[in-house]
Write a protein that binds this ligand. Structure first.
Ligand code: FAD
Length: 572
């Protein structure tokens, strides 16, 4: 059972959280070289990145250099010509490249995280042998084609269609929109409707060079402007039978698995963005003098720098924890991956706001990097699942298992009369859990030895794991299956669960760093304490709002304005 599903049932699965995992030695060796190469190559190109952002273009020579650096083969196994990094190592590379440029990071990231990930996860040996070497060299750049004009968050409603021929091949028709790498890709992972008893969607590997495949113009976007985003169209494209990815009818499963697995890439990129912002804000705060002092002396500037650092540490802790779950072969990590994406993307957007605020007027000027970073990072809460939809997913997936155990409880109660032995077995276990939840004493205490400053922080997470379980229990009893339509409540559950999971990752990381010989260990412990206090305030607020809120009034306000179509008041 995943960490999130444990938390919502009132348990902290310590073996999944402590000790904080370390990078594989093999990754560490390779990473040193890759990270240096990225810095050497990207650092001198900052003026180019600025120009390409304005021109909305990424020159082919630059993409060729990315190929030459091996950046399209980061996660492809060595036997197929790649570097063979783990998920954690890969996220670290994206972290580094995004300290320089978001568009360049996205070109590499969309290829590996989503474009060709399906071949790694579901490809047959033959498909892997046929495509991975060309993908590793960057001869083929990959793109992931799911979204359509009528199917964004509701990906299951796509209309692109593939019809099977008598010889087993397929004819594919449809148009995808906003496809990252759409204009430079040689291979598309395409999702289309297929009539099959197994399901309504199938994933196909489609080469850009095949007759009937075309792409639209480079989209004129708000941010990540140099990154290629285009429509991709398929007009009577013949797809051979051997280019079905996984099995017919299982396309939706493939799409979700790819997105879940790829989320740590996005998280790594967000952490890199925050590191860049912290460096910029620090330099600015030291250099800028007002009232006869560097602005770094002022409490309100220092608070922003501290908050950015705290958010970055927390995002880093959660993203790499999830990456290690994936690397260690755990199957059930999709909720934690969604939490890491939601937390890291929002933390980066807060950091962009705070850093620009420190730079103030000069930060508002286009010569400074802040406005581009602000525009570039805006996409992160939108693509690869909007943060709203991911919050619903976090809450509903976690509640689903709890709902099942409540249903089992009902059966157990019935069983007490029909089959007393079976019934009592389950009920006793459940009663014990409820007692634990009600008192906060018992199985929910962390057994891992922690130094006293972290023990205090741990007590907060122990207490709120109980609160989350109580809230979930209350909501399931009150709404039953209709909880799926209670979005305000689901958002609160997701936010409490996310703060708990992120907080426990921070605690685990601080515990592992606490004994570091320099002062960074002590500061990590301090940050874990502050994060726990901040999380406690947020969680207490959300717990209270489960029973005390203005949801219905807010809904009436929205209903009124939606009917009116505009704001109706004026002072005239
Ligand atoms: C620059 C860029 C690059 C992209 N790259 C790719 C790519 O490579 N491949 C690909 O397939 N797609 C890609 N996308 C598409 C992206 O994944 C979608 O934009 C995203 O899934 C959201 O869909 P939408 O924009 O249609 O929003 P909608 O689904 O229309 O959502 C609109 C709003 O309604 C909210 N909403 C929707 N449903 C619900 C609900 N049930 N409950 C509550 N709120 C809800 C959303 O959170 C959002 O705020 C890209 C998009 C952009 C802008």
């Amino acid at each position: 059972m995943s960490v999130a599903k444990n938390l919502i049932a009132g348990r902290i699965p310590e073996d999944r959280l402590f000790p904080y995992p370390a990078l594989r030695d093999k990754d560490r060796e390779v990473l040193g070289q890759v990270v240096d190469a990225i810095d050497q190559f990207l650092a001198p190109r900052h003026e180019d990145f600025k120009r390409w952002d304005r021109d909305a273009a990424q020159p082919e020579e630059f993409i060729q250099s990315l190929r030459d650096l091996g950046l399209f083969g980061l996660i492809i196994p060595e036997e197929h010509g790649g570097i063979g990094l783990s998920n954690a190592g890969y996220a670290r590379v994206l972290c580094q490249s995004s300290t320089h440029d978001s568009s360049a990071t996205l070109t590499i990231g969309a290829h590996s995280s989503i474009g060709m990930k399906g071949i790694l996860l579901f490809g047959t040996a033959e498909q892997q042998a046929r495509y991975l070497p060309r993908l590793a060299s960057g001869e083929l750049i990959a793109a992931f084609c799911l979204t359509e004009s009528g199917a964004g968050s509701d990906a299951a409603s796509i209309r692109s269609q593939a019809v099977k021929n008598a010889d087993g091949s397929w004819i594919l028709n449809g148009e995808k929109i906003w496809i990252t790498n759409g204009g430079i890709a040689g291979l598309y992972t395409v999702f289309a409707r297929t009539a099959s008893d197994a399901g309504k969607m199938t994933a196909f590997l489609v080469e850009a060079a095949w007759p009937g495949v075309s792409h639209g113009r480079h989209e004129d976007k708000m941010g990540i402007r140099a990154s290629s985003t285009t429509t991709v169209s398929f007009a009577d494209v013949r797809v051979p039978a051997e280019n079905v990815l996984d099995t017919e009818g299982k396309g939706f499963k493939v799409a979700m698995a790819v997105l879940n697995n790829g989320r740590t890439g996005l998280g790594g990129g967000a952490v890199g963005g925050m590191k860049a912002l912290i460096a910029l804000a620090t330099q600015q705060a030291q250099a800028r003098r007002q009232f006869d002092a560097p602005i770094a002396r002022f409490g309100l500037v220092r608070e922003k720098i501290a908050q950015m650092t705290l958010d970055c540490f927390a995002a880093e802790s959660v993203v790499w924890m999830v990456a290690h779950y994936i690397d260690s072969g755990q199957q059930d990590y999709s909720v934690e991956a969604a939490m890491s994406k939601v937390f890291a993307s929002e933390a980066l957007q807060r950091a962009a706001y705070q850093a620009l605020q420190i730079a103030a007027g000069s930060g508002f000027m286009r010569d400074a990097p802040y406005e581009q970073i602000t525009r570039d990072c805006r996409i992160l809460t939108i693509f690869e699942g909007t943060n709203e939809v991911l919050r619903l997913y976090i809450a509903l997936s976690s509640l689903k298992d709890l709902g099942k155990s409540l249903a089992e409880l009902k059966t157990a109660v019935d069983d007490i009369f029909n089959n007393p032995i079976k019934g009592f077995g389950v009920l006793t276990d459940y009663a014990e859990k409820r007692l634990t939840r009600a008192t906060g004493v018992g199985r929910d205490k962390l057994a891992t030895p922690l130094p006293p400053p972290l023990r205090e922080a741990a007590a907060i997470f122990e207490r709120y794991t109980v609160e989350l379980a109580k809230a979930a229990d209350f909501l399931l009893r009150k709404y039953g299956r209709s909880i799926a339509d209670r979005q305000h409540e689901l958002q609160r559950v997701a936010d409490i669960a996310t703060d708990l999971f992120v907080g426990l990752c921070v605690l685990s990381r601080a515990a592992s760093l606490g004994n570091a010989p320099d002062t960074s260990g002590a500061h990590a412990v301090q940050m874990a304490r502050v994060f726990a206090q901040q999380a406690k305030r947020r969680m207490a607020h959300q717990v209270r709002r489960i029973t005390h809120n203005e949801d219905e009034d807010m809904d009436r306000v929205a209903g009124f304005i939606l009917d009116k179509g505009s704001y109706p008041w004026d002072v005239m």
